[in-house]
Design a protein around this ligand. Structure first.
Ligand SMILES: [Zn+2]
Length: 237
């Protein structure tokens, strides 16, 4: 009893005096009053920060999604340049992706057994070479980019940069090299009938609305890497 009385007498006046007169305690009081608001403010800022961090990959995904829709330039999809160490020389001046080498050579061997002589015209092309082809031919032929793009991919947008594309001609009818008339050769007829067995597919058929029909241009889809590379093209074409 004595103790309680002492506390009452001691505590209340002291509390009044110290807490009201001390400027620090006024600040503390205000801090206490505002603390819920401060807490809310910090939570909000914190949440925004966390959400931003989480949103970055989401935005990237969305961006990639949009890229997949709008990534075409003049009808061509973007392709990375295959690293040098994945390329193999199959004959002078023709390099291809190592994954497709065996299949490609087998394709030519099998054709030969049927009396068809295939000739490889162009395999891997670096982005620099594609740059030269696209811009020099465009100016030589006095063509605008869109016209040129119907027959040649802009640099960074060629299937040839992947090492998985091959242009094929008929060794007995070289005048049809890179010409639509190649479709009338025995080589083309043989390819249409047999290329799929070796995992080759015609890239730009007659239905392609952006790019001219290229009966000589085939791409390899016989490895996971190749399938990944052409996933977008197969989804959209
Ligand atoms: Zn080609």
């Amino acid at each position: 009893m004595e103790l309680n009385k002492d506390i009452d007498q001691f505590d209340i006046p002291l509390a009044k005096r110290i807490y009201l007169n001390n400027p620090n305690s006024t600040f503390l009081k205000k801090l206490l009053i505002f603390s819920p608001f401060l807490f809310l403010l910090f939570s909000f800022v914190g949440l925004r920060f966390i959400r931003n961090v989480e949103l970055i990959p989401l935005n990237n995904l969305k961006f990639q999604g949009e890229r997949n829709h709008d990534a075409r330039i003049l009808g061509h999809l973007p392709y990375n340049e295959t690293p040098k160490e994945k390329l193999v020389l199959i004959e002078p001046n023709i390099e291809v992706h190592m994954d497709m080498r065996d299949s490609l050579l087998k394709l030519r061997e099998e054709a030969k057994k049927d009396g068809i002589y295939l000739v490889f015209l162009s395999g891997y092309r670096s982005i620099n070479l594609q740059n030269d082809i696209f811009y020099s031919l465009k100016s030589i032929r006095n063509q605008q980019a869109a016209e040129r793009a119907r027959v040649s991919a802009p640099p960074g947008y060629s299937e040839h940069s992947t090492g998985f594309a091959i242009d094929i001609g008929d060794a007995t009818q070289r005048e049809t090299d890179f010409e639509t008339e190649f479709e009338n050769t025995d080589a083309f007829r043989w390819l249409i009938k047999n290329a799929a067995k070796f995992h080759f597919k015609l890239s730009f058929n007659k239905d392609n609305k952006y790019i001219d029909y290229e009966p000589w241009h085939w791409r390899y889809e016989g490895s996971i890497e190749a399938l990944k590379v052409f996933e977008s093209a197969n989804r959209k074409s």
